[in-house]
Design a protein. Structure first.
Length: 98
């Protein structure tokens, strides 16, 4: 069940705020395309959104490493340790295909 907004931690609040900003930015890009804006200006704005999403990814991954992964690595459960290592490797493999 999702946490109430009042209970959201500082990192989650930062992620949510960044995502809302990105959402508004994407709507702005949509308007640019609808208005026939100069293509390079559109591309520049798309790149800005990609950089912003990259920052969100970094924040989420940092939190994951400091919570879930850290806990799993201290665990006596070898399968759990291997699971989080595999997840991280999948993320790195997916980013290399971008």
């Amino acid at each position: 069940m999702p946490q109430e907004m009042a209970e959201v931690d500082e990192t989650s609040r930062e992620i949510i705020d960044r995502l809302k900003n990105i959402e508004g930015h994407v709507r702005g890009i949509q308007r640019m395309v609808e208005n026939g804006e100069y293509c390079i200006d559109v591309v520049t704005q798309v790149l800005a959104v990609q950089r912003a999403l990259h920052k969100v990814n970094r924040l989420v991954l940092d939190r994951h490493l400091h919570t879930c992964v850290s806990t799993a690595m201290r665990s006596q459960d070898a399968a759990e340790r291997e699971k989080v290592i595999a997840e991280i490797m999948e993320v790195f493999e997916a980013t290399s295909k971008l």
